[in-house]
Design a protein around this ligand. Sequence first.
Ligand code: ZN
Length: 348
Amino acid sequence: MRALIFLLILSLLTVYGCGSAVTQKTAEPETVPRPNGPAETDDGDDKAGVDHSNADGRVLMINVYVTKYKKIVPMPFEDYVKGVVAAEMPAAFESEALKAQAVAARTYALARLKEYAGSGCDLHSGADICTDPAHCQAYAEKQDMAAIWGSNADYYWNKISAAVEDTKGMVAMYDDLLIDPVFHAISGGRTENSEDVWKNKIPYLRSVDSPYEEEASKFKSSRTLSNSEFVSILRKKVPGLKINQNSLKAGVKILDHTAGGRVKNIRIGNKTVSGRDFQAYMGLNSNNFTLKFDKKTVTISVKGYGHGVGMSQYGANGQARHGSSYIDILKHYYSGIEVTNMWWVLEN
Ligand SMILES: [Zn+2]
């Protein structure tokens, strides 16, 4: 078992270099009308008597460094997972999508659990994990979501709790190792191969179709700049750049695309820039873009939101709406994985 988690951590380090997590991975919360579900009368608090225990009756705990309290808070592992799902995915999403997110959150957390030879959070000594989404993963208490959820707070919290309890203990594995369950908001129609975004080729992070994302309000976005703005941004970012702002159409050319259909490299004047760098320079939602040159302006049309690797949250929601189970969704976005109970992993 210890070897198992240790191997996972090694693979994480090779993906991210210094072990820092992906920052842009949370779906933008959107206002979605409350579904016509049955009226909820429960007060929404975690029900007394929920079983957090393993086969021996012991409750698995996780030590979470909670940024807003500036301290480590020990909590039942499955309660922690609820807070991650609340923070990382819009609660209006379909239950099967919330369940897929719960498995991703649980898998990520289990790989950090020091009691089982996980890595812990290297920013906060003594903590298994922290609530900084730029380092470990986001986490929210029910009251933290009050401003977004409003009068639906009880309904949404109960819905998230049910998604976590219905998948209790389930984690995603590849080749008997916990996976690194990276995700993003919207792929733009097709996800990315890991090596097109980070350094390493990860066997379960392959480019796959991601249908049903079009309903997301950020599926498409665009930015129009004057020719001089366009050139001035690039001159600040690309040292030695030579380009004539009066003939941009001739001077700027997309050279190639990734398997996910995103821009891999773009020639700008005398320089070649990666699609991801261009995305960062221009403040775009993704590197899935096209360019249109008019006489005095450049319009950049963008599809998708986020890095595009692993599970697309809006795609997961669309697949759930079309009848896929959380296991179908996870197996679609993480190629060749198994979804299995973590107690089988921990005790064998
Ligand atoms: Zn951390």
